[in-house]
Design a protein around this ligand. Structure first.
Ligand SMILES: NC(=O)c1ccc[n+]([C@@H]2O[C@H](COP(=O)([O-])OP(=O)(O)OC[C@H]3O[C@@H](n4cnc5c(N)ncnc54)[C@H](OP(=O)(O)O)[C@@H]3O)[C@@H](O)[C@H]2O)c1
Length: 339
């Protein structure tokens, strides 16, 4: 569309479609609305979004329990996108118009356009579609920071991932195998377990039929990536080896736990956790560089399996949320944003 008609700015060109959280509640509160296209600053780029990834934090935001940081769009969810660069800030040198990128955003991804720091974009690896690329940023950034930088997972160590078939779990399995670790997962069904084995996991424990603490108390593991919290806390402590690391990225079953400090001291455990979304620009820029250098080569070596479970049109974001909340999915759910 030509945005200059007879020397005047065509107002339609300044508008975009976006999915908006109209009030806190169920998937039905997600509605398509017209919004003003974001205006970029000198360090940002505007992306014409082709696909946006869903993440569980989007569901928590919709319900009102996960507020976005103050400088992020407050009512448009979406933490990761893939698309084409449509505008460049004056200081941006590393990208050009129409570059194919995927990016970590602090919100606003469920829209036709999103603005993002140039340093938080990554080139779409050769051979990957926009759908596949939109599935990468949030999980890779989270797993790289928590499992490798914080959890210090090493080759030949053993990683236990709870929620192995989740978006995060699918990425954790593939990255940990790529870097030479053994990977065990917990899942809620045999089908999900098989999915994790197909991605490279060494074994799975169906937590509905087996107690992971009983299964692993002899073997023990070096690092646990946990999003469950609650009753899993003490079990995690029991299955960790001396010098083990327990990393939290959520606590869906409960935040409040009690710790036997002496047990932690005797095993010399490290207990840690983080949230990605509220980290500052400099941190995310440094994380992006580290990922480009250390993780991106995985794609050119063909060591990555796409984890797309289902693609919904943008307008059906509510249905996509329903699927995520049902936990019937394996891997990632994606929204398609048509021309
Ligand atoms: N800290 C951060 O920066 C950060 C960033 C991104 C995501 N996260 C967190 O990481 C987690 C995964 O995110 P995602 O987008 O990958 O979500 P997802 O694909 O929806 O996966 C969540 C999985 O967790 C399992 N699950 C859900 N509730 C459970 C419960 N009460 N007990 C046991 N298992 C349960 C389900 O698998 P089963 O059917 O096998 O149980 C489900 O597939 C979320 O909790 C999210 O908030 C944190």
């Amino acid at each position: 569309m030509n945005c200059l008609s007879f020397g005047r700015i065509n107002v339609a060109c300044m508008r975009m479609k976006a999915i908006v959280i109209t009030s806190f509640g169920g998937p039905e509160v997600l509605k398509t609305e017209e919004r003003t296209k974001p205006l970029i600053n000198e360090n940002e780029v505007l992306i014409r979004v082709k696909a946006a990834g869903l993440n569980r934090p989007d569901v928590f935001q919709r319900k009102g329990s996960y507020p976005p940081p103050p400088d992020a769009p407050q009512d448009i969810p979406g933490l990761e996108v893939a698309g084409l660069i449509e505008e460049l800030g004056a200081n941006v040198k590393q990208w050009k118009m129409n570059d194919r990128v995927c990016a970590l955003v602090a919100g606003g991804g469920y829209a036709e356009y999103v603005k993002v720091e140039a340093g938080h974009c990554l080139p779409i690896p050769d051979g990957l579609s926009f759908f596949e690329a939109a599935a990468l940023p949030e999980t890779i950034f989270t797993v790289w920071n928590n499992v490798f930088q914080r959890g210090r997972l090493q080759a030949n160590e053993t990683l236990l991932v709870h929620g192995g078939s989740s978006g995060i779990g699918s990425t954790a399995i593939q990255l940990a195998k790529y870097f030479g670790a053994e990977v065990l997962v917990t899942v809620g069904s045999e089908e999900k377990g098989q999915y994790c084995l197909d991605l490279g996991a060494d074994d799975f424990i169906n937590y509905k039929t087996h107690d992971f603490e009983q299964e692993l108390k002899e073997k023990q593991v070096d690092v646990v990536l946990d999003m469950i919290g609650g009753s899993y806390f003490q079990k995690n402590i029991e299955v960790l080896k001396p010098e083990g690391r327990l990393v939290y990225i959520n606590a869906m079953e409960g935040n409040m736990v009690s710790l036997n400090i002496m047990q932690m001291m005797r095993k010399r455990l490290s207990i840690m956790g983080s949230t990605l979304r509220n980290r500052d620009v400099a941190f995310k820029t440094a994380l992006t560089k580290d990922i480009l250098e250390k993780v991106w080569p995985m794609f050119s070596k063909g060591k990555y399996t796409s984890c797309i479970f289902k693609v919904f049109p943008l307008e059906e974001a509510g249905k996509a949320h329903e699927l995520m909340e049902s936990s019937r999915h394996l891997g990632k759910i994606i929204l398609e944003i048509p021309e």
